[in-house]
Design a protein around this ligand. Structure first.
Ligand SMILES: Cc1ncc(COP(=O)(O)O)c(C=O)c1O
Length: 448
């Protein structure tokens, strides 16, 4: 007998009256510095499903932006949170000690790439993990290497240090200069729209040679560069997957000059791409790894994991009152256990491959799909105009129609649909979402 698959249910066209009253208050009371795609109000979540206050049920392709990797309200995560909350809510790891951060660190040093000894520093968000990475990298060299190289097209967060590395949309920086100095940007390896107008593999990875030839040999002394910071897959920039040999070549360049590699796994890490960390797809072991989002299934927690000899900031130089909060750490331990026990890395890989196949079939049928790319359950579908240029209007309309049809999915970059459902999604649920997405895109094409 065929197992019946749950479907979205839209009873009241969203936003319904209860959602609308929250939206009105939100606009009045909360600073509107976010760019929301559509007015979805979340009330309850379970597995890959979400409900709004008007009783509509949606399929989730967002995971709260790469966070709810174990699905919404996973019972084992909830249980761990309850148990820890009854024991101890907070006591500041900065000044005292408790057990959960140590237990979590034992796991993190095992699952992060590299068998060398490592240490962990806890934060509360992705941006803070990047701030920590900048300080650890510069601090390790005691100020003798003030430069950081980052990629234009990348996103690393919005606090002033992280923002200084971020370069995916001008609006993110507009009006906030001066930022942290000595950050140099080089083009991200975006082969579909190569910034150097070259074709892979004929380009022979000019994007890496460019760093040496036009940055390190022209104006940035390599012995003054502390680190190269990168996203293994550019998240906010458009779900861009670098070519197969890119990171090996980058590592070779970094090693030649004693430069550290900072791997920003905030969005791509914790199983999202079918491996614990996306950089594993390229077989490179970074010196520092920034983590947040999916690590605690929705409780605020971030971490910087790095080589022990590099994680050497002396006492008094860096700390965080809430970093390593016991409840967040308990949620993170349960999250990692659920990912292992439920074989979610394998599921992300299997369901991701299935989705990529179906999306590539869609691409054959719909010429407005210019590119389908991704790894595991981090998949981008770039929408284009007939002349091949990005089509942001089509993206906006498609996402809006999908929302009104019960599929929550957002965009990234200029015109890319970003597919990042909870890692517990089944193949059947993925098919339900992809059907809605296809119908939404077709409808949007009629209107755009
Ligand atoms: C790759 C990457 N780094 C850093 C951040 C910043 O994380 P947070 O919003 O938790 O500060 C994000 C957020 O989207 C991200 O995708």
């Amino acid at each position: 007998m065929l197992k019946s698959v749950s479907k979205p249910e839209i009873k009241t066209l969203p936003p319904g009256p209860k959602s609308k009253s929250i939206i009105e208050k939100d606009q009045e009371l909360i600073m509107q510095s976010f760019a929301r795609w559509y007015p979805f109000v979340a009330k309850r979540g379970y597995g890959v499903w979400l409900e709004d206050p008007d009783g509509n049920k949606y399929l989730d392709f967002n995971s709260g932006i790469g966070v709810n990797n174990t699905g919404h309200a996973h019972p084992k995560v909830i249980e761990a949170i309850k148990r820890q909350a009854e024991l101890l809510l907070h006591y500041s790891l900065t000044d005292f000690l408790y057990e959960t951060p140590v237990q979590l660190a034992e796991k993190l040093v095992k699952i992060t790439p590299g068998t060398f000894p490592k240490k962990v520093f806890y934060t509360n968000s992705g941006a803070e993990s990047i701030e920590a990475a900048i300080k650890v990298a510069r601090g390790h060299f005691k100020g003798s290497r003030p430069y950081i190289i980052a990629f234009s097209g990348s996103f690393h967060g919005r606090t002033m240090g992280a923002l200084s590395l971020t370069a995916s949309k001008p609006v993110q920086r507009k009006g906030f200069s001066p930022l942290v100095p000595n950050v140099v940007h080089v083009p991200y390896p975006y082969c579909y729209r190569c910034p150097f107008r070259q074709k892979y593999p004929d380009c022979n990875m000019w994007c890496v040679d460019f760093i040496e030839e036009w940055v390190l040999k022209k104006y940035v002394p390599p012995e003054e560069v502390a680190a190269i910071a990168f996203e293994p897959i550019a998240g906010e920039g458009g779900y861009i997957v670098p070519p197969p040999d890119f990171f090996k070549r980058l590592k070779k360049l970094a090693d030649k000059y004693g430069i550290l590699l900072i791997d920003d796994e905030v969005q791509a890490g914790i199983g999202r791409t079918g491996k614990w960390f996306a950089i594993e797809h390229w077989g490179v072991e970074p010196d520092l790894i920034a983590i947040a989002k999916g690590i605690a299934s929705g409780l605020p927690l971030g971490a910087l994991v790095g080589k022990r000899e590099i994680m050497d900031l002396p006492p008094g130089t860096h700390a965080s009152t809430f970093g390593g909060n016991p409840v967040s750490c308990a949620a993170a331990i349960a999250t990692l256990e659920v990912i292992e026990q439920e074989r979610l890395l394998e599921n992300a890989q299997k369901v991701g491959e299935h989705a990529m196949k179906r999306l590539n079939e869609m691409k054959e049928e719909i010429p407005s799909i210019g590119d389908v790319r991704g790894k595991g359950l981090m998949i981008g579908v770039e929408l284009v105009k007939p002349d091949g240029s990005p089509n942001p209007e089509l993206l906006k309309n498609t996402l809006d129609i999908a929302f009104k049809s019960g599929l929550l999915v957002i965009g990234s970059g200029l015109s890319t649909i970003r597919i990042a459902p909870p890692l517990v999604i089944t193949r059947e649920e993925m098919d339900v979402g992809l059907e809605i997405l296809k119908a939404s895109l077709k409808k949007a094409l009629e209107q755009t």
